[in-house]
Design a protein around this ligand. Structure first.
Ligand code: DQQ
Length: 524
């Protein structure tokens, strides 16, 4: 066992895998690393039919340290096979970690552009892959950019978005300009090795808005991802095209805040922003997203579902970090993005239960239902896929309870609540996740999450995927992702109106199968 000088690096490798496998809170149909630490999705792509998911990985323990690139493949975006670790830190510019990056097709050669970490700074590096993408050779030219742009005081400098435009490569590197805000520096190259600095694509304003707000822009932009939201190619003539989108994860001095995106128009060497949007109402629970277009033309996005428990609890559990389900990303009619789980996920469903349509009527005193009501007959579990169609009257509040447990008197003592509310005086509905009673463990994060949901006359399509400690919610295409840590293992599901009235038009529920069987190894 390698000796590591880290406070948590005390668990032998086989015990790490055993601990991770035994944790009842570890998801079973989301991708997780074999054990140890997972963070950002990297190099997401479909190559000759096979989907590739690389990820930030520390195989030595459930803490962020000397990051490798883990690798898994899939033919269906659902079932994943562990592949050999793709990148490991080695002497040179990535001696202290192979941080986030992307995969591009360089005239047939799979090529990674990633951030090599040396000491406490990161610089762009390149690695070439074998035709099966299993073996990677680092370019002798690394780092391919020797330093951040001169003459600007930066907050940080890392992560890459690389695309082919005409006859050249273009690259964005995430950064921030001290005293101003986050940015993405634009570069150009003919060979992915020699890069000319063009300038900042767009500079954010960290002084705008409340630094505590869910849409604060941060002082540095991590994991920038630039694409055209509808069909069409980035940089192509754009009169009536869907908006271009610049996704970034707002960061501030080590604090991973939340993913945001600008809609606007990328033209020439800059991005003309129109509007800033929250990408996921769970904030840091869907961090560092990265997307790609698959061979059938669908834009697919993955994000890192961070933990909401302490460093010590993660280390004890032997694992940390969940990859979100892949999300179909589409242009919404109002110019924003809509998200939905990729339909392939449905192959994991079994044990279908359908509830009869019914009217939900809240108590006369609004808010007098503390939780979400009585248990729904026939639907329970901690691996679920739920689909609901609802029609809310103005003033209605509907609550869906998940992962609930009752005491011996039938009182609900743990429960996670998903709430939809349509105010009387405004057409803007709210999706809210109440984690106040999600866990009896007082040390886990229980902060409320919420965001606005567009609705046509009070109609809602609600999709909820529950996978033990991982919850992904989609309300009319707007996502809210979070982690919860129930201690009692309950799977009670409930549904009620907490105020006003609503019609339940459809409620379909399925149990979800596990995607991994057998023992996994840290270094496949
Ligand atoms: N995680 C990576 C960085 C990136 C951050 C390091 C975002 O490259 O900026 O593991 O979570």
């Amino acid at each position: 066992m390698t000796e590591l000088f880290h406070p948590f690096a005390t668990v032998p490798q086989d015990e790490l895998v055993a601990r991770a496998g035994a944790d009842p809170l570890r998801p079973r149909f989301h991708f997780v690393s074999p054990a140890g630490w997972l963070n950002d999705p990297n190099g997401v792509t479909q190559w000759s039919g096979t989907y590739h998911l690389f990820y930030q990985y520390n195989p030595t323990g459930a803490f962020h340290h000397r990051i490798h690139w883990g690798h898994a493949t899939s033919t269906d975006l659902v079932n994943w096979i562990d592949e050999p670790v793709a990148l490991s830190p080695s002497e040179g510019p990535d001696a202290d970690g192979c941080w986030s990056g992307v995969l591009v097709n360089d005239a047939g050669t799979p090529t990674l552009v990633y951030s090599g970490r040396h000491g406490d700074r990161e610089l762009p590096c390149v690695a070439m892959g074998s035709p099966d993408l299993r073996t990677w050779t680092k370019a002798p030219e690394n780092p391919v950019i020797a330093a951040p742009p001169a003459g600007v005081e930066i907050t940080a400098y890392r992560d890459h978005c690389v695309w082919r435009e005409g006859t050249v490569w273009r690259q964005l590197v995430g950064s921030g300009i001290r005293g101003r805000g986050g940015t993405a520096f634009l570069y150009e190259s003919e060979d992915l090795r020699s890069w000319n600095y063009v300038g900042p694509l767009l500079i954010g304003d960290a002084s705008t808005g409340d630094p505590g707000a869910a849409d604060w822009q941060g002082t540095m932009w991590e994991c920038v991802d630039l694409f055209r939201s509808g069909s069409g190619t980035l940089g192509s003539p754009s009169e009536r095209a869907a908006p271009d989108v610049l996704v970034f994860s707002a960061w501030n001095d080590g604090d991973t805040r939340h993913p945001l995106y600008w809609t606007g128009r990328y033209a020439g060497d800059s991005f003309e922003p129109a509007k800033l949007h929250r990408l996921d109402y769970g904030g840091r629970y869907f961090y560092a997203p990265q997307s790609f277009v698959d061979e059938s033309g669908r834009r697919v996005m993955f994000g890192w579902m961070q933990e909401g428990r302490s460093d010590a609890a993660m280390a004890e559990a032997g694992w940390s970090g969940v990859m979100s389900l892949p999300r179909l990303t589409t242009a919404a009619p109002d110019g924003t993005l809509n998200f939905a789980p990729m339909p392939e996920i449905e192959q994991l469903r079994y044990g279908h239960v359908q509830l009869q349509p019914r009217v939900l009527v809240g108590p006369e005193t609004a808010g007098s239902v503390p939780g979400s009501g009585s248990a729904v007959p026939g639907i329970a579990g901690n691996q679920l896929d739920l689909e609901l169609e609802l029609q809310l009257a103005p003033g209605a509040v509907v609550r869906l309870g998940l992962l609930g447990s009752e005491d011996e008197h039938g009182n609900v003592i743990e429960e996670t609540i998903v709430e939809l509310a349509l105010p009387v005086d405004s057409p803007a509905a709210t999706l809210r996740l109440d984690r106040n009673r999600s866990s009896l463990d007082p040390t886990v994060d229980a902060e409320e999450k919420s965001g606005p949901v567009p609705t046509a006359e009070g109609r809602f399509s609600l999709r909820v995927l529950v996978d033990r400690s991982a919850v992904e919610i989609f309300a009319n295409g707007k996502p809210l992702t979070a982690r919860v840590y129930p201690t009692l293992g309950g799977g009670r599901v409930s549904l009620a109106a907490a105020a006003g009235s609503a019609r339940l038009l459809r409620f379909d529920a399925w149990t979800m199968r596990d995607i991994f069987g057998g023992t996994r190894t840290l270094f496949p």
